[in-house]
Design a protein around this ligand. Sequence first.
Ligand code: ATP
Length: 365
Amino acid sequence: MTNSLTIARIPGDGIGVDILEAASLIVDRAVAKAGLPALTYAHIDAGAGYFKETGRDIEPGGEERAGQADAIFLGAIGLPSVRQADGTEIAPHLRLRDIYGLYAGVRPVRAYPNAPQRLADPRAAEIDLVILRESTEGLFYSAATHGRSLVVADREARDTLLITRETTEKLHHFGFRLAEKRKARGRPGKITCVDKANVFVSMAFFRKVFDEVAAEYPDIEAGHNYVDAQALDLIRQPWAFDVLVMENMFGDILSDLGGGLVGGMGMASCAEIGDEIGLFQPAHGTAPDIMGQDKANPLATILSGALMLDYLGDKSGIQGYSDAADAIEAAVQSGFEQNRLRPMEFGGDMGTEAVTQEVLTLLDA
Ligand code: ATP
């Protein structure tokens, strides 16, 4: 008998609370249908609301408890109206990335039928790529929550962009393995290193390590693109790409562009994976403009739940979790094909609850 896996559950703020509840229902149903024991959830309070009440951004011992779980499932954190004294928003999840070395930010960008296509070219229906965003260093090494920036007497401020060999090697190996995994599922098996190696020493180093790692994967086509050209190409020919690996800040920006390409942020799922644990959350924020109105699209979180199950499958070696992940992806795909998923985000008639119920029905089919 398989033991139950433990998931640290951090709902956070705004729409985070509703979409995490929705996605947990879907994940639980998929796990049950795969004949696996129910997941055990460990709730952790964190976020702007919690900070406002207590002066802390995460409950005491919350970081340690999160790290003891098999995976962390997070809604969204931060509200523009609640800020630290330096003006930055509440962001304990950035510390979790740091503490647990969650270097591999996996952000799939995939076009679903009947979801809005932002590009007129019919090939946009074929968009199926992954942005692999390094998530612990790069320019976010200086994220305000880490207190590493240098401010000189209100006259000057400096942030540091850090690229280390250790993290970059792991990142690129992760990218090539991802390309191999996708190739086994019928994708081209191609990876592009996105950088600014023509201007920055740090970026030239990022590319150098990529080229070294590429030599170990002769079956995967490895290419390069400068980040500005990549922004252009994501509009001009996004269907031509498979895995795109890049520094943290570039990934932050281009993954929003990617989310926009295939509808909106409500489709943008995300996994952040380290050596010991993974954190799964939608790539979007707390969307205060629509919170509490049943308008949020829960699919980004539901698809992040599928990424979590796939990760648990790899981590535990139990195929049932990977099957449960595939079942969720197939339900979403077929829901769009049959026009049974019509999120309000895309001008449809279905709010958070209606989308969730429909995915449950599709899973049961
Ligand atoms: P952050 O900096 O934390 O990413 P943000 O305020 O810049 O936060 P989001 O919270 O992602 O960005 O919101 C950006 C826009 O996308 C908002 O108009 C929001 O309503 C919309 N949006 C984000 N997530 C969803 C969702 N799940 N469903 C519908 N609309 C969404």
